[in-house]
Design a protein around this ligand. Structure first.
Ligand code: 3UK
Length: 514
């Protein structure tokens, strides 16, 4: 891909204003219940918000502006406004509470915020303890103090600030399951670089496609898949505020979505509604966030006829760097490095391992990790390689096979066991709807393989079922991997992005016995 960028560059100019300049201003851009904005309408909204940021709120280039809201066209308009004024957008998940917001505000030294009024309480509470946050404006707020009223007072076009291509424009917080959250910095050129890698080489959508999906825009999976990628090709995107599997199914039907971005767990849940997917308009379905089990790939193909596009991405790298399109997809493998990226599997000394041997994944490409003031940078990036913390093996054809997070590998009686491998087997059993496999402390074996299982309706969580599932695992993989402990649960702890929270699986055991 062409990844040379001029010295000066504002990603909003390329992704938004260029479409209007090219005469495509009347094409549909953002769709939501009751809303259809063309590219020109999004430009007008963003320009007005940019004026409010500069003139009414006192934002100057380089300020950090927190954005808080469910996926919605107004949130996108706010994001582009922040780009236009040369400030730095700080995305936050809608479900975060005051304490978490305070931490992020302090880490990012966030001075300004734009917030959906429906979510203002936690932000106001955070502001009490973190006064570095000076100025907050709410949208969807009917009063004269609201953002919309201020926007109405500015209708001139906004001249985008002439930012450097390596000015930071985005602070993305990692979904960090442990420890203090880390803010990753991304430049204007990074935002454009990801649009020139995965979309043209793997996704290959067109301007007529209608994008839709579940990840929040605060998560770079969502920002890329639901805003940057469609807009980089002049396509439209549907932003739903409720994104549970039934809402997605309904949304696909109502808006005729053709490209879907969501996580494996969501594909599994949607596939249970075969009738709702009959004759679907979908044609491209991207799965990311966690490993895609072969059983889920097969299930989705069986129900829709569509081969899933799996891709591993990370907040540190902004978006997907290993993937495979429908024609090259291989069950059990994530794929090969996306054009523009290199990937390798190395041992703990940084030496490449032989074919088939599990080691540490490292990646190099046009985007990479820059933690804001955090010395964990040193362990994530060495010699220009990004160490993602994932254990992978490469096969003879160069396909990358996911094993586990390196810190999630279970060591039981001296055996190394990857939880996801056991999960993949269990998911093939008709009784299993969802499962998570983790290592729990055990005096005899060091760790014990334990499976936390959500059964499908109609199956009994009894001792006989435990035995059935244990035998099932022993029959398909080496018997030492079978779950010696099994616990039936109603739901698995997941992040708002669909990622299984393994540490919380283990916490379930702290409060009660298995
Ligand atoms: C895991 C996967 C196996 C893996 C993300 C697409 O998930 C994203 O970013 P996060 O920072 O987490 C990164 C970690 O998640 N992972 C993600 N996708 C896969 N493991 N197969 C996959 N397909 O451990 C990785 O290191 O939350 C995903 C685009 C942008 C993103 N930020």
């Amino acid at each position: 891909p062409e990844l040379q960028f001029p010295e000066q560059l504002n990603c909003a100019t390329e992704l938004l204003d260029a479409h209007i300049a090219a005469g495509h201003g009347d094409r549909p851009c953002l769709i939501a219940p009751g809303i259809r904005w063309t590219y020109r309408e999004l430009q007008q909204q963003s320009d007005r918000i940019a004026h409010v940021l500069v003139n009414d709120m006192g934002v100057v280039p380089g300020n950090r502006v927190l954005l808080r809201g469910a996926n919605h066209p107004m949130l996108v308009a706010c994001w582009f406004a922040v780009m236009k004024v040369g400030a730095i957008a700080v995305g936050t998940m809608p479900m975060l509470r005051a304490k978490e917001l305070s931490t992020m505000i302090a880490i990012g030294q966030v001075t300004h915020a734009l917030c959906d009024v429906a979510l203002i309480d936690e932000l106001r509470a955070a502001q009490q303890t973190t006064p570095v946050l000076r100025t907050v404006r709410c949208y969807h707020e009917p009063s004269q103090d609201g953002l919309e009223a201020a926007m109405a007072r500015h209708d001139a076009p906004f001249m985008n600030v002439d930012t450097a291509s390596d000015d930071t424009c985005l602070l993305a917080f990692t979904s960090g399951t442990t420890g203090i959250p880390k803010a990753t910095m991304h430049y204007h050129r990074d935002v454009l670089a990801i649009c020139r890698c995965f979309p043209p080489y793997v996704l290959r959508a067109t301007a007529d496609d209608v994008f839709m999906g579940s990840p929040p825009l605060a998560f770079t999976f969502g920002l890329g898949g639901l805003v940057l990628f469609p807009m980089s090709i002049g396509a439209s995107t549907v932003l739903l505020d409720k994104v549970s599997p039934p809402h997605l199914l309904e949304g696909v039907r109502e808006y005729g979505a053709t490209v879907l971005f969501t996580a494996p767990t969501s594909y599994r849940a949607m596939a249970a509604h075969r009738e709702a997917l009959a004759g679907t308009t979908l044609r491209k379905c991207v799965s990311a966030g966690e490993a895609l089990p072969a059983a889920t790939r097969a299930l989705w193909r069986d129900v829709t006829g569509i081969e899933l596009i799996d891709g591993i991405g990370a907040t540190e790298l902004l978006h997907i760097f290993i993937s495979a399109d429908e024609a090259r997809a291989r069950p059990g493998a994530t794929g090969t490095p996306v054009s523009g990226y290199r990937a390798e599997v190395v041992d703990d000394q940084g030496q490449p391992v032989p074919v088939g041997v599990v080691g540490n994944l490292r990646v190099k490409g046009p985007t990479g990790c820059r933690y804001l003031r955090d010395n964990r940078q040193r362990s994530y990036v060495k010699d220009g390689w990004n160490y993602t913390g994932d254990a992978y093996a490469v096969d003879a054809d160069g396909y990358f096979h996911y094993h586990a997070r390196t810190d999630d590998i279970i060591i039981s009686s001296g055996y190394n066991i990857a939880g996801p491998e056991v999960e993949n087997v269990l998911l093939q059993h008709p009784a299993v709807a969802e499962c998570g496999v983790a290592g729990v402390p055990d005096t005899e074996r060091g760790q014990l393989v334990k499976a936390y299982i959500v059964l499908r309706a109609g199956f009994e969580p009894d001792a006989a079922m435990v035995k059935v599932l244990q035998d099932y695992v022993k029959q398909s993989v080496a018997p030492y991997k079978y779950p010696r402990a099994v616990r039936f649960v109603g739901a698995l702890p997941r992040t708002s992005t669909g990622k299984l929270q393994r540490f919380r699986l283990r916490e379930l055991d702290d409060v009660s016995t298995s």
